[in-house]
Design a protein around this ligand. Sequence first.
Ligand code: ZN
Length: 185
Amino acid sequence: MQNAEYVKHFGNKAELALPPARQFAILTCMDARLDPAKYAGLAVGDAHVIRNAGGRASDDAIRSLIISHKLLGTKEWFVIHHTDCGMELFTNETIQDLLAKSLTTAIVNENGWRNVKEEGGSGEARFINFLTIKNLEASVAEDVERIRKHPLVAPTIPIYGYIYDVKSGKLIEVPAATEVGKVPN
Ligand code: ZN
């Protein structure tokens, strides 16, 4: 971690307002290759960016979105999953079984995921839905729909669905997701 250089060039960011200036929020994946500020053209202070594994509409992601609108005034939301997402590479059962036997980082090859040793695991993973992804377009649509139907999400907020292409940097809309996320008549 390198913070000193950043502090040196912090500039006038102390003057930024707390609510996001461009009044929107993005829910996207934690993947290290994604730079939402850059791919969406954001300056600091512009928008909320909520990130988790897969960019999934988990209870906690929805908690943040509700706060983003109710207290901080965002008016539109974007759910952005991406190609080559790690969440497509395993199932709930896979990670639950791996964790049951060991907490050490697993390895993957053509035969799938494998523990390097088998000791010190926990069955606690059985109680976590890891929200893995089978089909990208479907996962975007499913998450937009879940957010749209949530009783604490204002019907005035349009929710758009996109897939970010890690090979080109392009954002590709998922029409079925945006359709289900539109403001109801
Ligand atoms: Zn991902």
